[in-house]
Design a protein around this ligand. Structure first.
Ligand code: CTP
Length: 407
């Protein structure tokens, strides 16, 4: 296959030479693109010799004295000809420019024009790596579906010890292979996902809701779309951009969510209820704002429709139903109890009283309780990675169910 290797300007640029060699050994045609900074660390000749082709340097300088360096204005052609873009080392500056869509040199312009999969292998000083700006940029890039090969920990060139060292070239090459061969294994499937909280009005200006950010449900929608599914996302009020290629249906209350779920149920193969639906609401909402006249008021609330339970009763046998269980204790027992009670095929359970994972976090750590009796713990990872692992298990589970049901 054809791979572009973008080399950023960091001390780890020399390790990219070993990566170039590994990619060539794996049978790929490798086009190297070096930033101006990268060319301060390593000469283009190294890469030209390893890949057998001229390295691309600047965007517009037509005359370059270096015969091993070609200047290409053809960033669109390079973007269209190649199957994958790997950037190693991806510096803090490159991550920021990718995240914000700046096109200030050949590599960043190529990135914007590149329609295929992108792998990023960051390397930088520990403080730069842990800085909230870098982490926010990384999160934006992950959400775009790019694979990030995490840097290792160790002694860094700057004298510090900590995370920031470029991953080993063999590990980066393996990530490139995985990305090139990623299956479009949800092609032809229709997936219905609910996400976010619901808001139950108390009067025209107040409501009851919960801390759900919608991030897990949106990550599931992104992952399903990237794997080829037709995805409908029924979303409560959240502050997230609509995922690319996903049909988003905004709702506010549990009742609205229920109606939209059942309006879209027919023809759906996989249903995932990641939403944190409010359990109670006020059935008669006052038309006017409630005034602060009484010293104390009490609210009498009625249950909202339990959408997941109704789905469990009404779904047909070939529809796979996945629910969530947000717990603060007894996670495995509660997940299994909800699996049985709501007639689900899988419950994704997480502890929501931990600071580092759960509601507003970009990371999650969950267990999967399956209809087959198995319980699978998934290690802590970005919500997008957890989403992909959930789909891996959903597909395996469906095969297992089909085998036992003798379809
Ligand atoms: N759920 C739903 N409709 C509701 C409440 C919950 O569809 N009215 C779904 C959620 O989307 C989630 C699952 O049920 O997939 C479990 O939600 P959770 O709040 O953990 O459980 P509850 O059933 O509300 O039970 P409890 O609050 O007692 O833990």
């Amino acid at each position: 296959m054809k791979v572009v290797l973008g080399v950023g300007g960091g001390i780890a640029a020399y390790k990219a030479a070993e990566l170039a060699r590994a990619l060539v050994q794996n049978g790929h045609a490798v086009q190297v693109v070096m930033t101006a900074g990268a060319r301060e660390f390593v000469r283009p000749l190294t890469f030209a010799a390893l890949t057998g082709r001229k390295v691309i340097g600047d965007l517009f300088s037509s005359a370059t004295p270096d015969a091993t360096l070609s200047s290409a204005v053809e960033h669109i052609a390079v973007a269209q000809e190649n199957d994958l873009l790997i950037v190693a080392p991806a510096t803090a500056d490159l991550l920021a420019r990718f995240a914000h869509g700046l096109a200030s040199d050949f590599l960043t312009t190529l990135y914007l024009a590149f329609p295929g999969p992108v792998v990023l292998a960051p390397a930088m000083n520990t403080n730069m790596w842990t800085h909230p700006a870098t982490q926010a940029n990384l999160e934006a890039l992950r959400r775009r579906g790019h694979r990030v090969v995490e840097p290792g920990e160790g002694f860094l060139a700057c004298g510090m010890t900590g995370p920031g060292r470029l991953a080993e070239p063999a590990e980066i090459a393996a990530a490139v292979e995985a990305e090139l061969h990623r299956r479009r294994d949800l092609e032809g499937e229709t997936v219905l996902i609910t996400a976010g909280p619901t808001q139950e009005p108390l009067d025209p200006v107040r409501y009851i809701s919960n801390r759900s950010s919608g991030k897990m449900g949106y990550a599931l929608a992104e992952a399903a779309a990237a794997r080829g599914a037709r995805v409908t996302l029924i979303s409560g009020p959240v502050h997230l951009p609509p995922p690319r290629g996903v049909k988003v249906i905004p709702v506010r209350t549990a009742a609205e969510m229920r109606d939209q779920v059942f309006a879209h149920l027919q023809g759906t193969d996989i249903i995932i209820k990641a939403a944190a639906v409010a359990d109670f609401h006020l059935s008669k909402v006052p038309q006017q704002k409630v005034k602060k006249t009484a010293a104390r008021i009490s609210l009498e609330l009625d249950p909202t429709p339990d959408i997941l339970s109704e789905l469990g009763r009404k779904k047909d046998s070939r529809q796979l139903l996945v629910g969530f269980a947000a717990e603060t204790e007894n996670l495995p027992q509660e997940a299994r109890r909800k699996l049985e009670a709501k007639n689900c095929d899988m419950i994704v359970g997480n502890l929501v009283n931990r600071e580092d994972v759960g509601f507003e976090s970009d990371q999650n750590e969950v267990i999967l309780a399956l209809r087959t009796g198995e319980t699978i713990p998934l290690a802590r990872a970005s919500k997008r990675e957890v989403a992909d692992r959930i789909f891996d298990e959903i597909l395996k589970l469906r095969l297992a169910i089909y085998a036992t049901d003798e379809h």
